[in-house]
Design a protein around this ligand. Structure first.
Ligand SMILES: *Cc1c(COP(=O)(O)O)cnc(C)c1O
Length: 396
């Protein structure tokens, strides 16, 4: 049999993720078997004790993260963002909550728009537990240094942000955080590892809802954190004790998805750019918010820190909330659904979905209007997506 293929550091990202494999077998299968097991047999009590007490490495119990299928996924995830280590979770919120518990206890300063679930976790759960939480808008950036008023705090952000696609300068945020002895965590879900590498820009922790682009087919719920082993170690303890591990079956599905991530993201980028260009200047559209458009306020910064502009955009229509809903309801190829990052295109109206729990006044403060539609541009033929939007906009 041909010798085993081995991903090498000099290989490109697509080569490395396709050949990411920890377990060799004698059958010649190019991919590892799925270890659907919760526990592991030992030869004798002494060797079990050696593993429990950390003298030798070995698998003990899957909830702890010691499962070959999950570890292989984590090795692939780490490689995608040039991280020393990665942890996989049962959801994006599991990844976010364990990270905030492990690294946010001295206080968390959030800058820019946040995913609704993260906002709710911070205000309804972490603040009542006594963790100081500060929320700053992007235009309150100059207050950030002052808010980091003791060592060991955590700066937390998303870029591009939901649904305004606002761009934050990761390099600048990292310098600012580190000067104040704080860490920087970036939710990299919207960009994906192919379009943005937060760790190489100076961030300490990169977080994903793997439910979105990493999974890519709207069929698995999962999460991930990429960081140095020093930073993942305390997060893994929270994951273990909160019971947030994902199932080995899900880990295997996510590993399969990652093998097509580079090519999927390239097509999401191309389709979204074509849709954005086609919608720009349409008489029914007030603004197209997409980082790839030269007129978008964050375009220059996005061009510097991103390798692609992603598959998500927001259209602001010239119409009321009801008229905007009518356009969404008239789409036939775009599915009316929340979430993003799948092969199928989705549409949602932020004021009635992701941001319905926030008052109109607060939404306006964040620049979110009732006539916005967020699009997750999928991998269909782009002419069909554009034609679908054009016929629906005629209903305005
Ligand atoms: C979806 C999402 C999350 C939450 O992920 P789940 O997998 O649903 O738990 C967090 N952050 C962002 C930016 C998201 O889009």
């Amino acid at each position: 049999m041909q010798p085993e293929s081995e991903p090498k550091p000099e290989h490109g990202r697509a080569t490395r993720i396709i050949h990411n494999r920890r377990h060799k077998d004698s059958l010649g299968s190019p991919y590892s078997p799925v270890y659907n097991t919760t526990t592991y047999r030992f030869a004798d009590t002494a060797s079990l004790q050696n593993v429990i007490e950390g003298r030798t490495s070995g698998n003990l119990y899957t909830r702890w993260g010691s499962n070959p299928t999950i570890r292989e996924l984590e090795q692939g995830l780490a490689g995608l963002e040039g991280a020393e280590d990665a942890l996989a979770f049962a959801s994006g919120m599991a990844a976010i909550s364990s990270t905030l518990f492990a690294h946010g206890r001295e206080g968390i300063v959030c800058i820019g728009d946040l995913y609704g679930g993260t906002q709710e976790l911070l205000t309804r759960h972490l603040e009542p537990l006594g963790i100081p939480v500060t929320f700053l808008l992007k235009n309150e950036y100059d207050q950030l240094a002052g808010a980091l008023n003791r060592p060991g705090m955590l700066v937390y952000c998303e870029t591009p942000a939901n649904p305004t696609l606002e761009i934050l300068d990761i390099r600048d945020l990292a310098q600012l955080a580190h000067a104040r002895e704080a860490l920087l965590a970036v939710d990299n879900t919207f960009a994906s590892p192919i379009n943005q590498q937060p760790l190489s820009l100076g961030a300490d922790l990169s977080i994903h809802s793997a439910t979105k682009f990493l999974g890519g087919h709207s069929d698995i719920t999962a999460g991930a954190v990429m960081a140095s082993a020093e930073r993942t170690r305390p997060i893994a303890v929270w994951r273990k004790n909160l019971g947030q591990i994902l199932a080995p079956e899900t880990a295997a599905l996510l590993s399969r998805s990652l093998r097509t991530l580079p090519v999927r993201i390239r097509q999401h980028n191309d389709n979204a750019m074509a849709v954005a260009r086609a919608m720009e200047g349409h008489p029914a559209i007030k603004r197209v918010l997409y980082p790839g458009l030269p007129d978008f306020p964050g375009h220059r910064l996005a061009s510097q820190q991103m390798d692609g502009f992603g598959g998500v955009m927001t259209l602001e229509l010239k119409g009321s909330q009801e008229q905007t809903a009518r356009v969404a309801d008239s789409l036939r190829v775009f599915l009316l659904a929340t979430s993003l990052g799948g092969v199928e295109s989705l549409v949602s109206q932020p004021c009635v979905t992701s941001h319905h729990g926030i008052s109109r006044q607060e939404r306006e403060r964040q620049g979110i209007t009732d006539s916005m539609l967020r699009l997750s541009v999928g991998l269909e033929d782009v002419k069909d997506l554009i034609a679908d939007l054009q016929q629906a906009l005629e209903r305005l």
